[in-house]
Unconditional design. Structure first.
Length: 84
């Protein structure tokens, strides 16, 4: 049904060779994105890279798309400001 692989904090701890407590700390600080469902956390596979890059893949992709449009946005802002 869903194509996204998710992990438990214990599984992520094994993957990253960290303790479970460290993974929970990383979740708490927002360094690993996780969704709390009831009493348990689930971590999407692409969020694991967040611990290494400082950016979640979705955020990274959005940032790259924003950079492509930045010149056009700046032009529109300049035009709007000149009309004021």
């Amino acid at each position: 049904m869903f194509g996204t692989k998710v992990y438990t904090p214990d599984q992520v701890a094994q993957i990253l060779q960290l303790s479970s407590n460290t993974v929970y700390d990383l979740i708490g600080r927002g360094e690993i994105l996780a969704k709390k469902i009831g009493k348990v956390y689930r971590i999407p596979a692409n969020s694991i890279s967040f611990a290494f890059t400082g950016l979640d893949y979705d955020l990274y992709s959005a940032e790259q798309e924003d950079k492509k449009n930045l010149a056009r946005i700046e032009e529109a802002l300049a035009e709007t400001r000149s009309q004021i």
